[in-house]
Ligand binder design. Sequence first.
Ligand SMILES: Nc1ncnc2c1ncn2[C@@H]1O[C@H](COP(=O)(O)OP(=O)(O)OP(=O)(O)O)[C@@H](O)[C@H]1O
Length: 486
Amino acid sequence: MSVVPQPTVTLDDRFARELSEMAVPWQADEAPDPRLLVLNVPLAAELGLDSKSLRTTQGSRLLTGTFLPPGATPVAQAYSGHQFGGFSPRLGDGRALLLGEIADPAGGIHDLHLKGSGRTPFARGGDGLAAVGPMLREYLISEAMHALGIPTTRALAVVATGRQVRRETLLPGAVLARVAGSHLRVGSFQFAQTTGDVGLIRRLADHALARHYPDAAHSEHPYLALFEAVMAAQAALVAQWMLVGFVHGVMNTDNMTISGETIDYGPCAFMDEFNPAAVYSSIDESGRYAYANQPVVAEWNLARLAEALLPLIHDDQEKAVALATDALGGFRRLYGDAWTTGMKAKLGLAGNPDDSLQSLIDDLLALLQADRVDYTSFFRSLAAAARGDTDPVRIQCDDAVGVDAWLHRWRALGPDATALDRVNPAYIPRNHLVEEALAAATDGDLMPFERLLEAVTSPYDERPGMERYAAAAPEDFGAYRTFCGT
Ligand SMILES: Nc1ncnc2c1ncn2[C@@H]1O[C@H](COP(=O)(O)OP(=O)(O)OP(=O)(O)O)[C@@H](O)[C@H]1O
């Protein structure tokens, strides 16, 4: 008699216990016909979860929130947020649930979270659901980000529910099981701020300190130190986005984490040709969240976090404002240093002094923009150029004289060819490939998704037979548009 393995995991409901004012206990909708579409076996192993048991019916029920392991108190988290600059005091998980915290075998703590699990008290007009395509999209792009070394929420699984979701047409529904250091957002602090309860803001801040920044908790001014730690994490994060050509698309304060992990992959996209004004989100009409604006928006969002923390920073609010303003003044240097260090690495010039490189970098970006060069392909081709074969770089640029002059200056600095291939990815989730894979998956064919996932989860390791995953978008792909809340 074969024994069907049961998923065994114990969850901690610490958030629900410590911050009950911000946690509404709630049940996930029953999935009528759950079918596991994709399971992240390496991530499951990291978490100490047995993949075999997650592939069972009970596993699918766990991953859709209808089988609750010991310790689980599913909650919808309350948060506020500035959306495109306008403040919404009550957003919260409208279609998501925090199942609880999971401790991995190495002692790390992670949120286990669901998206698309049904309406909650925060759903407003929404149906609480998510479609297969967008949940696979989040799975694919968040795992690509992780493989690129960029902090992010992780995707554990996507389970098709068997329920239909009404968007422009009827689509198959799905639940994404997501894992993160936490789901605390700048908007979580803004929610605490709206209650006017300084005790709640303090408990939330203490929770965040314990969870993410224990060193800051022991500093002389822990809440200012918390702010500075979040600022440093976000400066580093946004610099990494910029360096890989990632456009988040909806940098509302509810989509900025306290942990410094990328969250919400709704309308994001990787740039094809280099364009500082790149915007993909269909609702971002003013270009507020365009590629080049991302650092400035991050700084603006951090100012909102600082405002929420003011009552904790100093009893005298004037002094609190002065301290917070002074701290926020450090953002540009942190961001700039992270970006410059990263760009030097992308050029294979990690050891060179900055002052000799600024004009080299500026001139390169101007050239890429003028000639509408594919950002990822260009940097990937630099390794060949560093070894002496400049043709793969030259053929991408119309301005032959300009690129030759630039290559001459760059090569004179002795770029490290081996280092270049470890920094500049060959494979990113290119928009045309993502769309192709998701269209096939929605029609029931997961093979293109699996192949693309295989490419982007080993992004630096170029492999024969995968050339199409490294190639730029076909000329007729046209303007790309992305959507929120799908
Ligand atoms: N279909 C839906 N039903 C109910 N609420 C929704 C739906 N889509 C989005 N929302 C809610 O609208 C707000 C903004 O949505 P947004 O797209 O930023 O979040 P999300 O993608 O659902 O989740 P997350 O930010 O956790 O990744 C959130 O409060 C979210 O829960």
